[in-house]
Design a protein around this ligand. Structure first.
Ligand code: UD2
Length: 333
C-alpha cells in the first residue's frame, strides 16, 4: 500500500470522471485544492481526457464498472487520499437512442448504477451526492421554458431511468438522511465532447465538420430549439450543489435561452470561418421540437447562473480541437 498522504479536506468520488463532463469536474476539483478519485470503465470515457493529470498527488484513476459496486474498487484510493466526502455520479449510458434499442441495459446502467453509488455513499459517510439527471425526464413537454414543477413524463428508457434515479435520491435523503441533489442537464457542449458517434451532440458534430469543410446537415427545417449550456457552467452547477447540504432539486441546468438549430449552424460556420454548406435532411423520428429551461430554481437554491455565452463557448470548443490529420473525405456523413 502507498503511504497515506496528508488528508485533503474534501475528497470527490467522480463516477464517469473520464468522460466529457466528468473530466472537467475533476480538473476543477484539483484546481480547488481538493482530491479526486475517478471511477470509469471507459465505455464512453477516454483515458486521454485525464492523461494530463497522471501523477497528480491528489488524483486517482480507478478502472471499474459502477454496477459491480464501488467498495473494493475504490478502497486503495480512499485509503491513500482519505474517505470520500462528496460523490458526483456522472457514469451513465449516455444515448437516448441506445436506451430505446437496449432498455434492459439502460436499466442496469442508468438506474442500477445510481443505487450502487447511493449505497456506497450511505455506508461510507459521504456528505453529499450530486447526480447528473437530464431534461429527458420531461418527455414531450411543450410549454416553454420548462420548469421543474412540471409533471415528468419521460418518453425513453433513458428518461425513465434518470427519473427513477431521482426517486432513489429522494428515498436515500428521506429514509437514510443522505444529502443529495439532482441536476437536470440540458444540452451540454464544450471541449472533449466526442463528435464521432451517431449520438454525438449537435455542437460537437457541427464544429468538427465545419473545421473540416464538410456540410452541416440540419435534421428538419432547423426551427427546432435547444438550450445549449457550456460544460464549465455545468461544472459550476455541480460544485455549487456540492456546497449545500440541502437543495435536493431537481434543478434545471441550462442557460434559459433557446437557440434554433439553423442559428446554431450559421453561428458555427461564422465562428470557424468555414466554407461548409448547410444542408437539410428529414427530421429525426420522435424528436421533440423545443426544449429550453426555466432556470429560476437553480439560481435561487444554488446561486447558479450560466455565464458563458454561446459565441464564447463555440470559440472555446473550436480552439480546443487538435489539428486532425485524417482527410476530410474520410469523415462519416
Ligand atoms: C439531448 C441530449 C440527450 C437527451 C435529450 C433529451 C445531448 C448531446 N443529447 O438530445 O442525451 O438528454 O436531449 O431530450 O445533449 N441535429 C441536427 N444535425 C445533426 C445533429 C443534430 O440537425 O447532425 C439536431 C437534432 O435533430 C436536434 C438538435 O440538433 O433537433 C439537438 O440534437 P442533439 O442530438 O445534440 O441533442 P438532443 O436534444 O436530441
Amino acid at each position: 500500500m502507498l503511504p497515506r498522504m496528508a488528508t485533503p479536506s474534501r475528497v470527490f468520488l467522480v463516477t464517469g470522471g473520464a468522460g466529457f463532463i466528468g473530466s472537467h469536474v475533476v480538473e476543477r476539483v484539483l484546481a480547488l485544492g481538493d482530491a479526486a478519485v475517478v471511477v470509469d470503465n471507459f465505455s464512453t470515457g477516454r483515458r486521454e481526457n485525464l492523461a494530463h493529470l497522471a501523477g497528480h498527488d491528489r488524483f486517482r484513476l480507478v478502472e471499474a464498472n459502477v454496477v459491480d459496486g464501488l467498495w473494493a474498487a475504490v478502497k486503495p484510493a480512499v485509503e491513500h487520499l482519505g474517505p470520500a466526502t462528496h460523490l458526483v455520479h456522472l457514469a451513465a449510458q449516455t444515448s437516448v437512442v441506445s436506451s430505446v434499442q437496449n432498455p434492459v441495459d439502460d436499466v442496469r446502467i442508468n438506474y442500477g448504477a445510481t443505487v450502487h453509488a447511493l449505497e456506497y455513499a450511505r455506508h461510507n459517510g459521504v456528505q453529499k451526492v450530486v447526480f447528473a439527471s437530464s431534461a429527458a425526464t420531461y418527455g414531450d413537454e411543450t410549454e416553454m421554458p420548462i420548469a421543474e414543477a412540471r409533471a415528468s413524463a419521460p418518453v425513453s428508457p433513458y428518461g425513465i431511468n434518470k427519473l427513477g434515479s431521482e426517486l432513489f435520491l429522494h428515498y436515500y435523503r428521506q429514509v437514510h438522511g443522505l444529502p443529495t441533489t439532482a441536476l437536470r442537464f440540458f444540452n451540454v457542449y464544450g471541449p472533449r465532447q466526442d463528435p464521432r458517434s451517431p449520438y454525438s451532440g449537435v455542437i460537437s458534430v457541427f464544429v468538427d465538420r465545419a473545421v473540416r469543410g464538410l456540410p452541416l446537415t440540419i435534421f428538419g427545417d432547423g426551427t427546432q430549439t435547444r438550450d445549449f449550456v457550456f460544460v464549465e457552467d455545468v461544472v459550476r452547477a455541480i460544485l455549487a450543489a456540492c456546497e449545500q447540504s440541502g437543495a435536493p432539486g431537481p434543478y434545471n441546468v441550462g442557460t434559459g435561452r433557446p437557440t434554433s438549430i439553423t442559428d446554431l449552424a450559421k453561428a458555427i460556420v461564422a465562428a470557424t470561418g468555414s466554407a461548409s454548406p448547410i444542408q437539410h435532411a428529414p427530421s429525426r423520428a420522435g424528436e421533440i421540437v423545443h426544449s429550453y429551461a426555466n432556470v429560476d430554481a437553480a439560481r435561487m437554491a444554488l446561486g447558479f447562473r450560466a455565464e458563458v455565452a454561446l459565441e464564447e463557448g463555440l470559440a472555446r470548443t473550436q480552439s480546443s480541437l487538435a489539428p486532425d490529420p485524417s482527410p476530410a473525405t474520410s469523415a462519416a456523413s
